[in-house]
Design a protein around this ligand. Structure first.
Ligand code: MTE
Ligand code: MO
Length: 469
């Protein structure tokens, strides 16, 4: 509709409160929903998560919105269109390497602005088995590079010799594979470990994880074409197009067997959830190494290097490693610990959230969360207690990758339980722990797994809530 006003994103973003008015975006349209918020059937708090931003990722989760009736209701609140130039910031500061960052969804809780690090709120995280792209956590170490798909190239290096340059179209010519896989940051749930003892690292909650559908070429097919002998090398390194101020790229590596083994499902992904990967998640090509710590899933892939040595980057050598609880910054020797690869078993309670008041129905409360283990190990059980472990209740596993083959459970598992609570109890603490196919279990507390950088934070998740009978 041409008669409508045009608004830029900056302006729309400001309308996230009652005083200035509450606006949302859907497709090209801008809508003023200020008066509707209190009438929202799902409650005002849910709809307010989209305030000043797009409602599309929410409607992807709460798909009951996609009806003609609701479209018409929304249309009645339309005030305009978003401007076409909104993808470019109004005030570009050429000296700021972060001046060309993509626009992010406002529901993400920001842990760091430059580089951008953010996670979705727990209650949204487990609303769907597949995490909507816009709500998927973002962990950048450097500015997001600007890449033109027409000139994009991926260099394949064996030892010191460049063997090939693949254009985007060349990568697409390889057989197309789709996997569903979670990615989790090595620092997920760090804020809980930090309560045990001070540590260094971004304060992640339980949302530095997401589960998405990844489509692309298999690394094993690309390496096969190079006709290399696996025995001559030890590692596959990946370099990104994102550069630090000295011009050094983000880089990480995985063991050669993982890269060469087709069963490992390592993918050079160019699609996320059926669409072109957005800039924050590695446009146009990123590596997905299922079951392995997020840090090795290199985004904005520039080079693949098959070598004898592990990546020498700071992220492989002096980060993403864990130590004894007695190791501190005065005595740590990073060369003594291996780089984290496959992740241990972990779980989290996403609903209810800490300090929330919940209604007891027929003596029970509903508890929901996720569980996941690295290395493709299936989650076989989730145990939940609210009497400090005197009684454990087994949760229902509601969603998992039902097509996965043994040893290839790359996705997370969503679970839920109606947990019995004591009569007249005003407060309770819920604990959850998962068990994987190797019968690995989570440690009871952070005390004995504390490490100075706050990695592998997989102790029982504990959430205190208030009860309303
Ligand atoms: N790749 C590049 N090139 N640069 C990065 O900063 N961060 C890594 C990994 N790949 C990173 C990267 C880390 S630590 C994590 S946890 C994941 O990307 C996060 O992926 P996401 O932002 O798509 O969720
Ligand atoms: Mo990470």
């Amino acid at each position: 509709r041409a008669d409508l006003k045009t608004y830029n994103l900056e302006e729309i973003n400001k309308h996230d409160n009652k005083k200035d008015g509450i606006w949302v975006i859907f497709k090209q349209g801008v809508y003023d929903i200020t008066d509707f918020v209190d009438k929202h059937p799902g409650g005002p708090s849910k709809i307010l998560m989209a305030a000043g931003s797009s409602i599309e990722p929410f409607w992807a989760i709460f798909a009951n919105h996609n009806t003609q009736e609701i479209y018409e209701l929304l249309e009645s609140m339309r005030i305009g269109n978003i401007s076409k130039e909104n993808v470019v910031f109004n005030t570009i500061n050429e000296n700021d390497p972060y001046s060309k960052e993509p626009i992010r969804h406002k529901a993400l809780k920001i842990n760091g602005q430059k580089p951008f690090c953010a996670e979705p709120p727990p209650s949204l995280l487990i609303e769907s088995f597949i995490t909507p792209t816009e709500l998927f956590y973002v962990r950048n170490h450097l500015p997001v590079p600007e890449i033109d798909i027409k000139t994009y190239s991926l260099e394949l290096i064996v030892g010191e010799v460049t063997r090939k340059e693949l254009k985007f179209e060349d990568i697409k010519k390889y057989p197309k594979y789709t996997i569903t896989s979670a990615i989790m940051c090595g620092g997920n749930r760090r804020s809980e470990m930090a309560k045990e003892k001070q540590l260094r690292g971004l304060s992640w909650g339980i949302g530095a994880v997401g589960n998405a559908i990844w489509t692309g070429a298999r690394l094993c097919d690309i390496l096969k074409d190079l006709k290399i002998n696996e025995d001559d090398y030890n590692h596959v390194q990946f370099e990104g197009y994102d550069l630090d101020p000295s011009g050094t790229p983000y880089s990480a590596s995985i063991p050669i067997h993982k890269g060469m083994d087709c069963r490992a499902d390592v993918i050079l992904a160019y699609e996320m959830n059926g669409q072109i990967i957005p800039r924050d998640h590695g446009f146009p090509v990123r590596v997905i190494v299922p079951g392995v710590v997020g840090a090795r899933n290199v985004k904005w892939l520039a080079k693949i290097i098959v070598t004898k040595e592990e990546s020498q980057s700071q992220w492989q050598q002096r980060d993403y490693k864990a130590f004894s609880p007695s190791t501190d910054w005065d005595n740590v020797d990073f060369s003594t610990a291996p780089a984290i690869q496959e992740m241990p078993v972990i779980s989290a309670i996403c609903k209810p959230e800490p300090s929330e008041t919940i209604k007891v129905i027929n003596g029970k409360i509903n508890v929901k969360g996720y569980a996941w283990s690295g290395g493709g190990r299936k989650i076989i059980r989730v145990d939940v207690t609210n009497d400090q472990g005197k009684t454990w209740h087994t949760a229902n596993l509601n969603a998992e990758d039902y097509n996965a083959k043994e040893g290839k459970y790359w996705s997370w598992t969503l679970w839920s339980i109606d947990l019995p609570v004591k009569k007249d109890c005003k407060e309770t603490e819920i604990w959850a722990k998962a068990v994987d196919a190797s019968y690995n279990v989570q440690p009871e507390s952070f005390r004995n797994i504390w490490n100075l950088r706050g990695f592998l934070c997989n102790a029982y998740h504990r959430v205190k809530v208030k009860l309303e009978h």
